[in-house]
Ligand binder design. Structure first.
Ligand code: ADP
Length: 404
């Protein structure tokens, strides 16, 4: 039996959505995808609605609020299809960035859950409030359709205390919930499961290191299907070098900059989140630009890519030590799936660990799930395209007690 799920990913000024049909095995088919941009501004925003196998619909108008934008999405379904009255979604699945320590799994939304979600806003001030707005407008727009929150943090709730505890005073840990939470959980869950399947092993037996390299980037050590270590922390700033985020740095840097440059805490936070990473090092947050400039001899771009890959290599070594036995290193997301150069450079020198990228396979134009290491390599290096929407839909049905 197939069931349809409407997946919503609501940001401060955008709504991304997909209508998916899932079969009992959790395999999905996209019935429609869409995006509304520039919500809440005075300038016109844009809605793009793409039904599978039918003509796309685009419209430009002012979307004063998320509620108005969602109304326009429902109109787009009515005009361009598929007809939601016919498809009858079983549920709406919401991507929620931060689930704190309370939400360890996808959760059916009721008034009580919605109000506790509000309490998590201080942990993710940029992401959780718009996620919550999305939940509120969707509950009003789809009365009677169950709604489920699927958290980026939930997959990492299996981290052992030794991995999630920061060495800071009890008051910070208990009063202010300072700990490692980790993010990209839906991607790490999906990719690690697909990797086990690719290796023809039960998930409960496979140990994999997943490198999710997109605009945001994080590593996850997955032991027998459970996340046991991950590089993002209290917020998605820690860990790898990202498009605009610094990733790891000495925690004394903000106080130092306060003293020497007169920047306040918010200014430092803004720079570390929005003007650092590849953008800070090479002037663009897009690795394609950095690659192009590096090839043209730009020293900043070369350094940026070297820093980016060095950080990945360092984490793979560390997570190898955490896992003890590694069955695969897996690349995913925009950079991981597409950039052979990053895969090659970041795995360079790891032959001693049994990790070796094959130059021909790595450079191949093949897409989809594949190995980029030579046959017989001790630790296969895989590319597994991520699919966070399918995973959100799957977890949404799971939370409602349906198979998948
Ligand atoms: P998000 O984190 O927003 O979901 P994606 O996973 O789509 O992002 O990754 C986006 C990033 O992937 C881009 O900023 C770009 O740096 C990188 N990327 C996409 N395609 C390529 C490519 N062919 N080569 C190198 N990098 C790429």
């Amino acid at each position: 039996m197939t069931q349809a799920v409407l997946v919503l990913n609501v940001g401060s000024s955008s709504i991304k959505y997909q209508l998916l049909a899932l079969d009992d095995a959790g395999e999905g088919e996209r019935l429609a995808t869409g995006l509304v941009e520039r919500i809440g501004g005075q300038d016109p925003g844009k809605l793009s609605h793409r039904p599978a196998g039918a003509e796309a619909l685009e419209c430009t108008e002012v979307f004063a609020s998320h509620a108005q934008a969602l109304d326009a999405v429902l109109d787009a379904f009515r005009t361009a299809g598929p007809d939601l009255d016919e498809v009858k979604p079983t549920a709406v699945g919401h991507r929620v960035v931060h689930g704190g320590s309370r939400f360890t799994t996808a959760t059916v939304l009721d008034d009580e859950v919605v109000s506790s979600l509000g309490e998590l806003n201080p942990l993710a001030p940029l992401h959780n409030p718009p996620n919550l707005t999305g939940i509120e407008v969707a509950r009003a727009a789809f009365p009677g359709v169950p709604q489920v929150a699927v958290f980026d943090t939930a997959f990492h709730q299996t981290l052992p205390p030794a991995a999630y505890t920061y060495a800071v005073p009890r008051e910070w840990r208990e009063e202010y919930s300072v700990r490692r939470y980790g993010f990209h959980g839906t991607s790490h869950a999906y990719v690690s499961r697909r990797a086990a399947r690719f290796l023809a092993r039960p998930v409960e037996e496979a140990n994999v290191i997943v490198l999710h390299l997109g605009n945001g980037a994080s590593v996850c050590a997955v032991e027998r299907g459970r996340s046991v270590e991950t590089s993002m922390g209290l917020t998605p700033l820690e860990g790898l070098v990202m498009g605009t985020r610094s990733g790891d740095l000495d925690p004394a840097v903000p106080a130092y900059l306060q003293r020497v440059a007169g920047l306040d805490a918010d200014a430092v936070d803004r720079v570390l989140n929005r003007s650092s990473g590849l953008l800070g090092l090479a002037g663009s947050n897009d690795l394609r630009d950095v690659n192009r400039d590096a090839e043209a001899g730009d020293e900043d771009a070369r350094l940026a890519h070297a820093v980016y890959c060095h950080r990945i290599r360092k984490y793979v070594g560390a997570y190898y030590a955490v896992l003890g036995r590694v069955d695969a290193v897996v690349f995913t997301a925009g950079v991981g799936e597409n950039d052979a150069r990053t895969r090659a450079l970041s795995m360079q020198g790891l032959e001693g660990l049994g990790i070796e990228v094959d130059p021909v396979r790595n450079a191949s134009a093949e897409r989809g799930e594949r190995s980029v290491s030579a046959p017989g390599t001790r630790v296969p290096v895989l590319v597994i395209p991520t699919d966070e929407e399918i995973e959100i839909a799957r977890q949404t049905l799971g939370a409602l007690g349906h198979a998948a």
